[in-house]
Design a binder for this molecule. Structure first.
Ligand code: ZN
Length: 275
């Protein structure tokens, strides 16, 4: 049996059904103790009220998604994006989230240069480190699936995340989020996770459906797809990770159409059988 205390519900899993307050109530109704917050849901009620609702609940906040998208070639646009990332760090501090998921940003169509986009993301990250450090917030670099490299994230592998961590030399601030959906296909995964070691500061789970119909919004419930989720969990644990397992299922065609309570009851069951 996996310890249910380490099961965290990422708000993405009930994104369409529940506001933040409804999610807090629903997760408590399910007898669970942790939530990972989707930043747009903070904006709905304001971060102050959200912080009070979370602090007044019995739930631990395990993370905030997301900050980033800082790869623009336009200097003013990139600076604006970094400012927005700093505001996301402020929000994380306000709701007592230990980390913010960092999504790098895509390729700028102006130069079609993925290498340059990666360099800009890394330079931008270096500029964000002091603010995160002052707030004691961890920046969780989340490699995303290469199919969304163009518009979402030029950071595609745990190997590259390790290289960025090496370059940034800010181990107190910068960590790595391992999301099964994004990294399962990677032949170097085991080696890269092992090298990441204590850098791993978040672990997200969902499944890859064989007949997936959308690259972002058609994630599967654990057990319904092709990912060896327990295998990847064992890799991160072997590397030293002992934190929460966040269930993060963006699912426009299935799980978002169901009652939130039903979704959480299936999550609890699959947590034991497929995580
Ligand atoms: Zn994730």
């Amino acid at each position: 049996m996996l310890d249910e205390k380490l099961l965290s519900i990422h708000q993405a899993t009930v994104l369409q059904q529940w506001t933040l307050k409804q999610a807090i109530a629903g997760i408590e109704r399910a007898g669970l103790g942790a939530i990972s917050v989707w930043r747009d849901k903070l904006a709905e009620i304001g971060v102050g009220e959200a912080a009070r609702a979370l602090a007044g609940s019995g739930l631990a906040v395990t993370g905030l998604s997301f900050a980033g998208l800082i790869t623009s070639r336009d200097k003013a646009a990139a600076a604006k994006a970094r400012d927005e990332a700093r505001r996301a760090f402020d929000d994380a501090a306000a709701i007592m989230a230990p980390s913010v998921v960092f999504v790098a940003g895509g390729v700028d169509p102006g130069d079609k240069d993925v290498k340059a986009a990666r360099a800009r993301a890394l330079e931008g990250l270096a500029e964000l480190v002091p603010h995160a450090r002052a707030l004691k917030i961890k920046i969780a670099l989340e490699p995303l699936h290469p199919m969304i490299c163009a518009h979402r994230s030029v950071l595609s592998t745990v190997k590259l995340a390790n290289q960025w961590c090496d370059a940034l030399k800010a181990e107190d601030v910068v960590g790595i989020a391992v999301d099964t959906y994004a990294v399962w296909w990677d032949p170097d995964l085991e080696e890269s996770i092992s090298r990441a070691g204590k850098r791993i500061c978040a672990f997200h789970v969902s499944d890859w459906l064989v007949d997936t119909q959308d690259l972002r919004l058609d994630r599967g419930m654990m057990g319904d797809g092709v990912i060896d989720i327990p295998g990847i969990r064992r890799m991160v644990e072997k590397a030293g990770y002992a934190g929460y397992r966040e269930v993060e299922i963006f699912s426009a065609r299935n799980w978002w159409k169901r009652e939130g309570d039903e979704v959480l009851s299936v999550v609890k069951e699959r947590y034991q059988t497929a995580v």
